[in-house]
Design a protein around this ligand. Structure first.
Ligand SMILES: O=C(O)CCC(=O)C(=O)O
Ligand SMILES: [Fe+2]
Length: 334
Protein backbone atom coordinates (compact mmCIF):
# COMPACT_ATOMS: atom_id res chain seq x y z
CA UNK A 1 0.00 0.00 0.00
CA UNK A 2 1.61 3.31 -1.03
CA UNK A 3 1.90 5.92 1.71
CA UNK A 4 0.16 9.20 1.19
CA UNK A 5 2.25 12.32 0.96
CA UNK A 6 -0.44 14.46 2.53
CA UNK A 7 0.65 17.97 3.43
CA UNK A 8 1.45 18.79 7.07
CA UNK A 9 -0.06 22.19 7.84
CA UNK A 10 1.24 24.13 10.84
CA UNK A 11 -1.28 26.55 12.34
CA UNK A 12 1.00 28.02 14.98
CA UNK A 13 1.71 31.71 14.36
CA UNK A 14 5.14 33.25 14.79
CA UNK A 15 6.27 36.84 15.27
CA UNK A 16 5.66 39.21 12.39
CA UNK A 17 2.65 39.84 10.20
CA UNK A 18 -0.11 37.56 11.38
CA UNK A 19 -2.29 38.53 8.44
CA UNK A 20 0.23 37.23 5.93
CA UNK A 21 0.74 34.02 7.93
CA UNK A 22 -2.99 33.40 8.20
CA UNK A 23 -3.48 33.94 4.47
CA UNK A 24 -0.76 31.40 3.74
CA UNK A 25 -2.33 28.85 6.13
CA UNK A 26 -5.76 29.41 4.55
CA UNK A 27 -4.27 28.90 1.07
CA UNK A 28 -2.48 25.69 2.14
CA UNK A 29 -5.67 24.34 3.73
CA UNK A 30 -7.62 25.27 0.60
CA UNK A 31 -5.18 23.34 -1.61
CA UNK A 32 -5.17 20.26 0.61
CA UNK A 33 -8.97 20.26 0.87
CA UNK A 34 -9.36 20.43 -2.92
CA UNK A 35 -6.71 17.89 -3.73
CA UNK A 36 -7.12 15.27 -1.01
CA UNK A 37 -9.85 16.33 1.42
CA UNK A 38 -7.32 15.27 4.07
CA UNK A 39 -4.23 16.78 5.69
CA UNK A 40 -2.06 16.53 8.78
CA UNK A 41 -2.37 19.37 11.28
CA UNK A 42 0.30 20.56 13.67
CA UNK A 43 0.80 23.65 15.84
CA UNK A 44 -2.65 23.35 17.47
CA UNK A 45 -3.40 24.24 21.09
CA UNK A 46 -4.43 20.80 22.41
CA UNK A 47 -1.80 19.65 24.95
CA UNK A 48 -0.21 16.36 23.84
CA UNK A 49 -0.39 15.05 27.42
CA UNK A 50 -4.18 15.52 27.34
CA UNK A 51 -4.47 13.49 24.14
CA UNK A 52 -2.31 10.79 25.75
CA UNK A 53 -4.53 10.80 28.87
CA UNK A 54 -7.63 10.56 26.71
CA UNK A 55 -6.17 7.50 24.94
CA UNK A 56 -5.41 5.95 28.36
CA UNK A 57 -8.91 6.69 29.63
CA UNK A 58 -10.39 5.08 26.50
CA UNK A 59 -8.19 1.99 26.96
CA UNK A 60 -9.29 1.74 30.54
CA UNK A 61 -12.94 1.76 29.48
CA UNK A 62 -12.51 -0.69 26.58
CA UNK A 63 -10.70 -3.11 28.93
CA UNK A 64 -13.76 -3.33 31.24
CA UNK A 65 -15.82 -6.53 31.16
CA UNK A 66 -18.65 -6.49 28.59
CA UNK A 67 -21.28 -6.39 31.35
CA UNK A 68 -19.79 -3.13 32.64
CA UNK A 69 -19.59 -1.58 29.18
CA UNK A 70 -23.15 -2.65 28.49
CA UNK A 71 -24.33 -0.44 31.34
CA UNK A 72 -23.77 2.49 29.00
CA UNK A 73 -24.80 0.74 25.78
CA UNK A 74 -25.75 3.17 23.03
CA UNK A 75 -29.08 1.36 22.69
CA UNK A 76 -30.06 2.84 26.10
CA UNK A 77 -29.60 6.40 24.90
CA UNK A 78 -32.23 8.61 23.32
CA UNK A 79 -29.51 10.75 21.76
CA UNK A 80 -26.94 8.28 20.35
CA UNK A 81 -24.44 8.40 23.22
CA UNK A 82 -22.53 5.62 24.88
CA UNK A 83 -20.78 2.38 23.91
CA UNK A 84 -21.27 0.24 20.84
CA UNK A 85 -19.79 -3.22 20.54
CA UNK A 86 -17.84 -4.78 17.66
CA UNK A 87 -20.13 -4.85 14.64
CA UNK A 88 -22.40 -2.14 16.06
CA UNK A 89 -21.54 0.30 13.30
CA UNK A 90 -21.48 -0.57 9.58
CA UNK A 91 -19.92 2.35 7.75
CA UNK A 92 -20.44 0.83 4.28
CA UNK A 93 -23.80 -0.90 4.62
CA UNK A 94 -24.11 -1.43 0.85
CA UNK A 95 -20.92 -3.49 0.53
CA UNK A 96 -20.10 -4.92 3.95
CA UNK A 97 -21.26 -8.45 4.82
CA UNK A 98 -20.74 -7.75 8.51
CA UNK A 99 -20.25 -4.73 10.78
CA UNK A 100 -17.01 -2.82 11.36
CA UNK A 101 -14.52 -4.78 13.47
CA UNK A 102 -14.24 -2.06 16.09
CA UNK A 103 -15.89 -0.90 19.29
CA UNK A 104 -16.39 2.71 20.20
CA UNK A 105 -17.83 5.41 22.38
CA UNK A 106 -19.93 8.43 21.46
CA UNK A 107 -19.49 11.43 23.75
CA UNK A 108 -21.34 14.55 22.66
CA UNK A 109 -22.45 17.98 23.77
CA UNK A 110 -23.53 17.13 27.32
CA UNK A 111 -26.94 18.82 27.54
CA UNK A 112 -29.07 18.39 30.68
CA UNK A 113 -32.55 16.87 30.41
CA UNK A 114 -33.94 20.32 31.19
CA UNK A 115 -32.35 21.98 28.14
CA UNK A 116 -35.04 23.28 25.73
CA UNK A 117 -33.61 21.25 22.81
CA UNK A 118 -33.92 18.13 24.97
CA UNK A 119 -37.36 18.84 26.41
CA UNK A 120 -38.69 19.51 22.91
CA UNK A 121 -37.32 16.16 21.75
CA UNK A 122 -34.77 17.35 19.17
CA UNK A 123 -32.98 14.12 18.10
CA UNK A 124 -29.29 13.68 19.00
CA UNK A 125 -29.48 16.24 21.85
CA UNK A 126 -29.18 15.25 25.49
CA UNK A 127 -26.90 13.94 28.21
CA UNK A 128 -23.98 11.57 27.80
CA UNK A 129 -23.81 8.22 29.50
CA UNK A 130 -20.83 7.97 31.85
CA UNK A 131 -19.19 4.71 32.91
CA UNK A 132 -18.22 3.59 36.40
CA UNK A 133 -14.45 3.56 36.44
CA UNK A 134 -12.87 2.03 39.49
CA UNK A 135 -9.55 3.43 40.57
CA UNK A 136 -8.40 -0.05 41.58
CA UNK A 137 -6.75 -1.13 38.35
CA UNK A 138 -5.14 2.22 37.64
CA UNK A 139 -5.21 4.39 40.77
CA UNK A 140 -4.72 7.62 38.85
CA UNK A 141 -8.06 7.35 37.04
CA UNK A 142 -11.50 7.12 38.61
CA UNK A 143 -14.97 7.96 37.23
CA UNK A 144 -14.63 11.68 37.98
CA UNK A 145 -11.25 12.02 36.33
CA UNK A 146 -12.38 9.87 33.38
CA UNK A 147 -15.32 12.19 32.71
CA UNK A 148 -13.18 15.29 33.18
CA UNK A 149 -10.56 13.95 30.75
CA UNK A 150 -13.21 13.31 28.08
CA UNK A 151 -14.96 16.66 28.52
CA UNK A 152 -11.71 18.63 28.57
CA UNK A 153 -10.52 16.87 25.42
CA UNK A 154 -13.91 17.57 23.84
CA UNK A 155 -13.60 21.30 24.60
CA UNK A 156 -10.07 21.50 23.20
CA UNK A 157 -11.12 19.71 20.03
CA UNK A 158 -14.00 22.19 19.65
CA UNK A 159 -11.55 25.09 19.89
CA UNK A 160 -9.16 23.63 17.34
CA UNK A 161 -12.07 22.74 15.06
CA UNK A 162 -13.29 26.32 15.20
CA UNK A 163 -9.81 27.64 14.48
CA UNK A 164 -9.59 25.44 11.38
CA UNK A 165 -13.11 26.42 10.28
CA UNK A 166 -12.05 30.08 10.37
CA UNK A 167 -9.33 29.25 7.84
CA UNK A 168 -11.93 27.52 5.70
CA UNK A 169 -14.10 30.64 5.89
CA UNK A 170 -11.15 32.73 4.70
CA UNK A 171 -10.42 30.25 1.91
CA UNK A 172 -14.04 30.41 0.76
CA UNK A 173 -13.96 34.24 0.72
CA UNK A 174 -16.44 34.45 3.58
CA UNK A 175 -16.10 36.55 6.72
CA UNK A 176 -13.55 34.83 8.97
CA UNK A 177 -16.16 34.19 11.65
CA UNK A 178 -18.84 33.11 9.14
CA UNK A 179 -19.18 29.58 10.57
CA UNK A 180 -18.94 30.64 14.23
CA UNK A 181 -22.66 31.06 14.83
CA UNK A 182 -23.35 27.49 13.64
CA UNK A 183 -20.67 26.10 15.90
CA UNK A 184 -20.61 28.09 19.13
CA UNK A 185 -22.78 29.25 22.00
CA UNK A 186 -24.90 31.25 22.59
CA UNK A 187 -26.23 31.05 19.01
CA UNK A 188 -25.88 27.30 18.71
CA UNK A 189 -25.37 24.02 20.46
CA UNK A 190 -23.00 22.19 18.11
CA UNK A 191 -23.62 18.48 17.51
CA UNK A 192 -19.92 17.68 17.90
CA UNK A 193 -18.96 14.17 19.05
CA UNK A 194 -15.77 12.78 20.54
CA UNK A 195 -15.48 9.14 19.60
CA UNK A 196 -12.73 6.98 21.08
CA UNK A 197 -12.46 3.84 18.91
CA UNK A 198 -10.63 0.52 19.39
CA UNK A 199 -9.84 -1.81 16.49
CA UNK A 200 -8.71 -5.36 17.22
CA UNK A 201 -5.96 -6.68 14.94
CA UNK A 202 -7.36 -8.35 11.83
CA UNK A 203 -5.64 -11.50 10.70
CA UNK A 204 -4.52 -11.83 7.11
CA UNK A 205 -7.25 -14.28 6.11
CA UNK A 206 -10.06 -12.09 7.42
CA UNK A 207 -12.04 -10.25 4.77
CA UNK A 208 -13.92 -8.00 7.19
CA UNK A 209 -12.88 -4.38 7.55
CA UNK A 210 -12.08 -2.44 10.71
CA UNK A 211 -14.23 0.36 9.25
CA UNK A 212 -15.96 0.16 5.87
CA UNK A 213 -15.36 2.74 3.15
CA UNK A 214 -17.28 5.93 3.90
CA UNK A 215 -17.21 9.68 3.87
CA UNK A 216 -17.63 11.53 7.16
CA UNK A 217 -21.04 13.02 7.70
CA UNK A 218 -20.35 16.38 9.28
CA UNK A 219 -18.29 19.45 8.87
CA UNK A 220 -14.73 18.49 9.82
CA UNK A 221 -13.19 15.46 11.46
CA UNK A 222 -10.09 15.78 13.65
CA UNK A 223 -8.41 12.47 14.31
CA UNK A 224 -5.68 11.43 16.73
CA UNK A 225 -4.19 8.03 15.90
CA UNK A 226 -2.05 5.85 18.16
CA UNK A 227 1.13 4.59 16.54
CA UNK A 228 -0.49 1.79 14.52
CA UNK A 229 -1.31 2.24 10.85
CA UNK A 230 -4.72 1.38 9.46
CA UNK A 231 -6.36 4.45 7.98
CA UNK A 232 -6.57 4.48 4.17
CA UNK A 233 -7.98 7.14 1.84
CA UNK A 234 -9.11 6.95 -1.78
CA UNK A 235 -7.54 9.41 -4.18
CA UNK A 236 -9.44 10.44 -7.33
CA UNK A 237 -7.86 7.76 -9.58
CA UNK A 238 -9.28 5.11 -7.22
CA UNK A 239 -5.98 4.19 -5.56
CA UNK A 240 -6.01 3.65 -1.80
CA UNK A 241 -3.28 5.41 0.14
CA UNK A 242 -2.20 4.69 3.69
CA UNK A 243 -2.25 7.62 6.11
CA UNK A 244 0.30 6.56 8.72
CA UNK A 245 0.41 8.21 12.13
CA UNK A 246 2.89 11.06 12.54
CA UNK A 247 3.74 12.05 16.10
CA UNK A 248 2.23 15.29 17.43
CA UNK A 249 -0.11 15.72 14.47
CA UNK A 250 -3.83 15.27 13.98
CA UNK A 251 -5.49 14.20 10.76
CA UNK A 252 -8.09 16.67 9.51
CA UNK A 253 -10.61 15.64 6.89
CA UNK A 254 -13.53 17.33 5.23
CA UNK A 255 -16.98 15.92 5.88
CA UNK A 256 -20.07 15.96 3.68
CA UNK A 257 -21.38 19.24 5.10
CA UNK A 258 -18.28 21.31 4.39
CA UNK A 259 -18.03 19.74 0.93
CA UNK A 260 -21.61 20.82 0.40
CA UNK A 261 -21.06 24.39 1.66
CA UNK A 262 -18.03 24.69 -0.63
CA UNK A 263 -20.16 23.82 -3.66
CA UNK A 264 -18.09 20.66 -4.20
CA UNK A 265 -14.81 22.59 -4.27
CA UNK A 266 -13.63 20.55 -1.27
CA UNK A 267 -13.65 16.78 -1.27
CA UNK A 268 -15.42 14.67 1.32
CA UNK A 269 -13.02 11.82 0.64
CA UNK A 270 -13.82 8.14 0.89
CA UNK A 271 -11.75 6.41 3.58
CA UNK A 272 -11.67 3.16 5.53
CA UNK A 273 -9.76 1.46 8.31
CA UNK A 274 -7.94 -1.82 7.79
CA UNK A 275 -5.98 -2.76 10.89
CA UNK A 276 -3.36 -5.22 9.62
CA UNK A 277 -0.76 -3.92 12.09
CA UNK A 278 -0.93 -7.12 14.13
CA UNK A 279 -1.75 -5.00 17.20
CA UNK A 280 -4.83 -3.43 18.69
CA UNK A 281 -5.22 0.04 17.21
CA UNK A 282 -6.91 2.99 18.91
CA UNK A 283 -7.96 6.37 17.64
CA UNK A 284 -9.81 9.42 18.92
CA UNK A 285 -12.14 10.75 16.23
CA UNK A 286 -13.69 14.14 16.81
CA UNK A 287 -16.62 14.79 14.53
CA UNK A 288 -17.10 18.55 14.47
CA UNK A 289 -20.72 19.02 13.50
CA UNK A 290 -22.75 22.23 13.59
CA UNK A 291 -26.10 23.16 15.13
CA UNK A 292 -29.07 20.96 14.21
CA UNK A 293 -30.75 23.60 12.04
CA UNK A 294 -27.69 24.57 9.99
CA UNK A 295 -28.75 24.65 6.34
CA UNK A 296 -26.82 22.58 3.82
CA UNK A 297 -26.57 25.18 1.10
CA UNK A 298 -23.91 26.08 -1.41
CA UNK A 299 -22.17 29.08 0.13
CA UNK A 300 -20.17 29.83 -2.99
CA UNK A 301 -23.26 30.49 -5.08
CA UNK A 302 -25.46 33.39 -4.00
CA UNK A 303 -28.13 32.44 -6.55
CA UNK A 304 -28.66 28.95 -5.25
CA UNK A 305 -28.97 30.31 -1.70
CA UNK A 306 -31.75 32.65 -2.54
CA UNK A 307 -33.64 30.20 -4.75
CA UNK A 308 -34.00 27.63 -2.01
CA UNK A 309 -36.84 28.03 0.39
CA UNK A 310 -36.34 27.14 4.03
CA UNK A 311 -38.65 24.14 3.68
CA UNK A 312 -36.67 22.50 0.88
CA UNK A 313 -33.24 22.97 2.42
CA UNK A 314 -31.78 19.92 4.07
CA UNK A 315 -30.37 20.61 7.53
CA UNK A 316 -27.36 19.26 9.37
CA UNK A 317 -29.73 17.24 11.56
CA UNK A 318 -31.50 15.69 8.54
CA UNK A 319 -28.17 14.57 7.12
CA UNK A 320 -26.81 13.17 10.39
CA UNK A 321 -30.03 11.29 11.15
CA UNK A 322 -30.04 9.72 7.72
CA UNK A 323 -26.38 8.65 7.92
CA UNK A 324 -26.57 7.40 11.51
CA UNK A 325 -29.79 5.53 10.67
CA UNK A 326 -28.01 3.80 7.75
CA UNK A 327 -24.90 2.81 9.69
CA UNK A 328 -26.09 1.79 13.18
CA UNK A 329 -28.22 -1.35 13.18
CA UNK A 330 -29.81 -0.59 16.58
CA UNK A 331 -31.40 2.50 15.00
CA UNK A 332 -33.30 0.34 12.53
CA UNK A 333 -35.03 -1.57 15.33
CA UNK A 334 -36.43 1.58 16.90
O1 LIG B 1 -9.94 5.53 13.28
C1 LIG B 1 -9.64 6.05 12.20
O2 LIG B 1 -8.49 6.07 11.79
C2 LIG B 1 -10.70 6.67 11.33
C3 LIG B 1 -12.11 6.51 11.83
C4 LIG B 1 -13.15 7.01 10.88
O3 LIG B 1 -12.89 7.27 9.74
C5 LIG B 1 -14.52 7.22 11.37
O4 LIG B 1 -14.89 6.67 12.42
O5 LIG B 1 -15.27 7.94 10.68
FE1 LIG C 1 -14.39 8.51 8.92
Amino acid sequence: MPNSSLPIIDISLSEGSQDAQKKKIAADIDNAARQYGFFYLTGYQIPEHLIAECFQAATKFFDLPTDEKNKIAIENSQCHRGWYAIGGEVLDPVHQQEGDIKEGLKIGNDLPLTHPLVTNGTPLHGPNQWPEISSETMPAMDSTLWKKTMLTTYDYFCETGLEVMRYFAMALNLETDYFDHWLTRPDSEPMATLSPIRYPALNQAETALSAGAHTDFGCLTLLAQDNNEGLEIAIPDGTWLSVPPIENTLIVNIGDMLAFWSGGKYRSTLHKVNNRSGRTRQSLAFFYDPAYNTPLINLTDGLSNSSETANETKTALDHLLQKIGDSFSYQKNR
